[in-house]
Design a protein around this ligand. Structure first.
Ligand SMILES: Nc1ncnc2c1ncn2[C@@H]1O[C@H](COP(=O)(O)OP(=O)(O)OC[C@H]2O[C@@H]([n+]3cccc(C(=O)O)c3)[C@H](O)[C@@H]2O)[C@@H](O)[C@H]1O
Ligand SMILES: Nc1ncnc2c1ncn2[C@@H]1O[C@H](COP(=O)(O)OP(=O)(O)OP(=O)(O)O)[C@@H](O)[C@H]1O
Ligand SMILES: NC(=O)CC[C@H](N)C(=O)O
Length: 678
């Protein structure tokens, strides 16, 4: 097993074809099928899906009752069985089969010369342009459980799952076109019985707007079933006697479109996507109601499981046929990013609004540093007070310089507070901090340049202490600013420090998302040109806690030198907490997302100079830091966080929300797994 091979990390590659065919010409159609099957094989696919009745063609009406044609179908299938011997993918093709005195519209699975199963269509459309019951019997009425095809005894029925014996969780179910248009498709039961890859062989004539509906069905069904749903519909060559065909092929995974073929294409289409079987299963485990639903429907889940050995390539680097966003908390698509920013601000602001109303408090107190997090919280506060019809002067904003505050950040704090029209004040924290350092006998008090954790936390603590007392004095709430990424890394001062507040709007917003949110607001100019200019300046400032005095103008502490690039740490955070992936898998994904700075799909507002690449050793180094900090040293901080709204679907780290964990755990298991990364 190679680290660089998809199968090592729980993926399987599936292909979906929209072949060219000829009406009622099985020999031609199988030749085309074989051609595309070879292409799928060359691309490392483990499965290749073809359309409904693709061996005979679909729209051939009463020709389906001609024995010459049905014989030709069997002969063509024989050719396919022989050709499949040297090919890796399981071929799933559609053909009419005479069985037990009836004709069935079947999906047939063929692998390395073995016909694994034949599954008949359950729901035969007989409305509007469809007339299938004239020729076919429903699979529900099949009275036999096997059929002889190409001299092989083949399991036959709607109760069949195909399970790879050598790829974990690769369990396939087949259904046919109309089956998925019903309220309860047969694949719903298959998913509950353990199928992860649901296939639909389709022959869906195209009419205006129908493609959107097919998308909606596949998206919703794959999401509801927490499964992959691959769909292959008939295309060029089908009969246009009364209908037309667009050859729509698409692959969804849990509600997300992974690949889609060009419709109405001149050439046959083949799309591939790597399905994350492990993610599907982890999500089914998480969403306990999936299992409850299976329990409730247990008497409908009597499937036969047909086992086969895939023996896939486990050594080569096959690449990764799925898009891995660099910023899982920030979509690269412009329209989605817009929507997400709108939602994020509204969630944060509605959280704060409700808290102010219920606490009957009309003021907030906030420390404004000129850094990202307090900027974001201040924007949210301004929006909330506007919505409540309260004056922004009720926002009591304080800039609290101490030993290491730089001119630039303080100036930005002032610019921002002034531009937003909040009540702005400055309190010099140096005397209070110095007094505490004297009181506790810290060497700095005697003039020694000792800048240890105590020195740092005295400042963070003094600020928090002042903010809480100002809240008492003014009948206000202290608004927290610490973000999700800092909580994941334990990058805050516990208790009497920036860890604590009365209400924190940023606790479930990652650092990378905060950067995008501020940029979005700045670009919108909704708070005026001065505010936008200050925000853009803050975005361009190096991230630093400013707790240790620097020599020159720049900060002496660059946060990302300690905890790693937030871009990587947010990536790690997302995949480890949302899906429970092993660090080695996260590194594999991260490498695909981050090792090529030249990849075109950067989120729209990442400037060219920020488009950096990270190679595997760098990824491993910071992942190790993440694992240690996240699992071993910082949970006690998360166990005691203030209230605040869950914002991102990636999760919150509140102990009352998405992440409940012991504060005294060992990171040993994750560190062992990290050793798998070369
Ligand atoms: N499992 C556990 N359960 C209960 N208590 C535990 C504990 N592990 C350590 N502790 C105790 O916790 C204390 C350490 O925690 P804490 O006092 O927070 O201090 P600590 O985590 O050591 O330091 C805070 C870090 O956050 C950085 N910081 C602070 C403020 C703002 C920012 C920013 O950029 O946003 C960054 C700062 O530069 C520093 O590196 C120790 O007294 C230790 O004994
Ligand atoms: N000079 C300061 N004046 C006022 N408040 C401060 C100051 N420094 C820190 N704080 C408060 O402590 C919080 C944590 O400080 P920190 O420097 O980590 O955050 P930040 O500057 O807002 O954002 P970032 O983490 O991006 O630097 C701030 O959000 C702010 O509320
Ligand atoms: N072949 C079929 O089952 C077609 C019926 C389906 N409702 C469609 O138009 O796509």
């Amino acid at each position: 097993m190679s680290f660089f091979n998809i199968h090592t990390h729980g993926f399987v590659r599936i292909a979906c074809a929209a072949p060219r065919l000829k009406v009622a010409d099985p020999a031609f159609n199988v030749a085309e099928t074989v051609r595309l099957l070879r292409r799928a094989d060359a691309q490392g696919a483990s499965l290749a899906l073809f359309p409904e009745l693709g061996i005979s063609a679909y729209a051939i009406d009463d020709l389906l009752q001609q024995n010459a044609l049905l014989d030709a179908v069997l002969a063509a299938l024989g050719v396919l069985v022989e050709e499949s011997r040297s090919l890796q993918p399981v071929a799933i093709v559609g053909a009419p089969l005479r069985i037990d005195g009836r004709l069935f519209n079947c999906a047939i699975a063929i692998h390395r010369g073995r016909i694994l199963a034949a599954v008949p269509k359950t729901y035969l459309p007989n409305y509007r342009e469809f007339y299938e019951r004239r020729q076919f019997a429903s699979g529900e009425r099949a009275a036999v459980e096997s059929v002889v095809l190409s001299g092989q005894d083949v399991p036959f029925g709607t109760d069949i799952l195909l399970k790879a014996s050598d790829i974990a969780d690769f369990t396939i179910h087949m259904e046919i076109c109309e089956d998925v248009w019903t309220p309860v498709p047969p694949s719903s039961f298959a998913a509950l019985a353990g199928a992860t890859v649901l296939l639909n062989l389709s022959a869906s004539n195209v009419t205006i707007g129908k493609s959107d509906w097919r998308h909606a069905l596949c998206k919703a069904h794959s999401g509801r079933c927490i499964a992959a749903y691959a769909y292959s519909a008939a295309g060029p060559g089908e009969s246009t006697t009364d209908l037309a065909w667009d050859g729509q092929a698409m692959i969804y995974e849990s509600g997300v479109l992974m690949a889609e073929a060009e419709r109405f294409a001149a050439e046959p289409q083949l799309i591939v996507a790597d399905i994350d079987l492990e993610r599907l299963v982890m999500d089914r485990i998480r969403q306990n109601t999936f299992g409850d639903n299976a329990d409730a429907l247990r008497d409908r889940l009597n499937f036969r499981t047909i086992s086969f050995e895939l023996a896939p390539d486990r050594v080569s680097d096959l690449g990764l046929e799925r898009t891995i966003e660099r910023f899982p908390f920030v979509p690269s698509d412009d329209a989605r990013l817009n929507e997400l920013c709108f939602e994020a601000y509204n969630i944060q602001s509605h959280g704060l609004r409700k808290r102010l109303e219920s606490a009957r408090v009309e003021k907030i107190v906030i420390g404004v540093s000129g850094g990202l997090d307090s900027t974001q919280a201040l924007i949210v506060a301004a929006q909330t007070f506007d919505a409540l019809g309260l004056s922004r002067s009720n926002i009591l904003a304080y800039t609290l310089p101490a030993f290491a505050t730089s001119k630039g950040t303080k100036a930005n704090a002032w610019r921002l507070m002034t531009a937003l029209g909040v009540s702005a004040q400055e309190i010099d924290m140096t005397p209070a901090c110095r007094q505490m350092l004297v009181d506790i006998g810290h060497p700095f008090a005697k003039g020694k340049p000792v800048y240890d954790i105590t020195f740092e936390n005295v400042q963070a603590g003094a600020r928090t202490s002042v903010l809480f007392r100002l809240a008492n004095q003014n009948n206000g709430l202290v608004l927290g600013t610490g973000d999700l990424s800092e909580l994941a890394l334990g990058w805050c001062t516990y208790g009497v420090g920036d860890h604590m507040s009365h209400y924190n709007v940023n606790g479930s917003v990652s650092k990378t998302l905060i950067q995008h949110l501020i940029r979005w607001v700045a670009q919108s100019q909704r708070f005026g040109a001065d505010a936008s200019a200050a925000m853009l300046d803050i975005l361009a400032t190096e991230i630093s806690p400013e707790l240790v005095p620097g020599k020159g103008d720049g900060p002496s502490q660059r946060t990302e030198d300690f905890v790693g690039p937030y871009a990587l740490q947010d990536f790690n955070l997302f995949y480890i907490t949302r899906f429970g992936f092993r660090p080695s898998k996260v590194a594999f994904l991260s490498q695909h997302a981050w090792s090529d700075a030249g990849r075109g799909d950067w989120p729209p507002n990442i400037e060219a100079d920020k488009r950096v690449a990270y190679d595997l050793p760098v990824i491993k180094r910071w992942l190790t830091v993440f694992v240690r900090r996240f699992f071993e040293t910082s949970q006690f901080k998360r166990s005691a966080v203030p209230n605040g709204p869950k914002v991102s679907s990636g999760g919150s780290l509140s102990p009352r929300g998405d992440w409940r964990a012991p504060s005294d755990a060992s990171a040993a298991a994750w560190l062992v797994d990290l050793d798998r990364i070369p």
